[in-house]
Design a binder for this molecule. Structure first.
Ligand SMILES: Cc1cc2nc3c(=O)[nH]c(=O)nc-3n(C[C@H](O)[C@H](O)[C@H](O)COP(=O)(O)O)c2cc1C
Length: 212
């Protein structure tokens, strides 16, 4: 599934870590590749567990792309995916010379949030996020935890100050969601907007409210 070296299509990185909300990650990956974009995918050890725990063995990382195709349809063939080892600090996206234009960490654990906030770069998840910040490219962090401690809140501030967008996993309800997929569509839509893509993953707020 890796693009040829001459392939100059846009590339977006998606990082999946061990916080609740695997369906946010799958919907985001699919929505990006449906646009013919190449996805650089990094899944932490606990992210891998999350995929299996929440979506079943069929969504384990070695079967991830077939799983996406089965659940979301043939649109998945429009793009390509490279799955990186989180231990490979020599991967292409560990360098600022890689032309990855944006990254979403979805969902983002408090552990990874802390590591990004402090520039630790111990794993590829952490290093590739650090590269986005140093190259001043779009980094979208989708934290999931509740309630949050003061250190966790401060880590979000540090990331925002460093240039990341903090986009909490807080789906809206004005669109009257009926299914979990509707909630995932909303979050993926927010992430796509933040990465600069147009989409119709949720209806825009119309401004129509009862008279108050
Ligand atoms: C079932 C399960 C659910 C978890 N949910 C969350 C969560 O929602 N938010 C969070 O910050 N950590 C959560 N954790 C803890 C993280 O997975 C843990 O801190 C892990 O070390 C994160 O590592 P990673 O960021 O490298 O994936 C959860 C762990 C498990 C096993």
């Amino acid at each position: 599934m890796a693009p040829r070296s001459t392939d100059r299509r846009q590339a977006i990185a998606v990082e999946v870590t061990g916080a609740i909300g695997a369906v946010y990650a799958t919907r985001t990956v699919v929505s990006v590749i449906e646009r013919g974009v190449h996805v650089e995918l990094i899944v932490s050890d606990y992210g891998r567990r999350l995929l299996r725990d929440e979506l079943g063995e069929q969504a384990s990382i070695d079967r991830f792309v077939p799983y996406l195709k089965e659940k979301y349809g043939a649109g998945v063939d429009a793009g390509t995916v490279t799955v990186h080892s989180n231990r490979d600090l020599g991967a292409t996206i560990a360098s600022g010379s890689h032309g990855c234009s944006g990254m979403a960490i979805v969902p983002c654990s408090m552990k990874t949030l802390a590591a990004v906030a402090h520039g630790l770069s111990r794993s590829l998840v952490e290093r590739a996020a650090d590269v986005m910040l140093k190259e001043q490219r779009r980094l979208v962090i989708v934290p999931r935890e509740t309630p949050m401690s003061l250190p966790q809140l401060k880590n979000m501030v540090l990331c925002a100050e460093a240039g990341a967008m903090i986009l909490p996993a807080m789906p809206a309800f004005y669109q009257l969601p009926k299914t979990l997929d509707d909630l995932a569509d909303f979050m993926a839509g927010k992430i796509l907007s933040a990465l600069g893509f147009e989409h119709q993953l949720y209806p825009p707020w119309t401004g129509k409210t009862p008279s108050v």
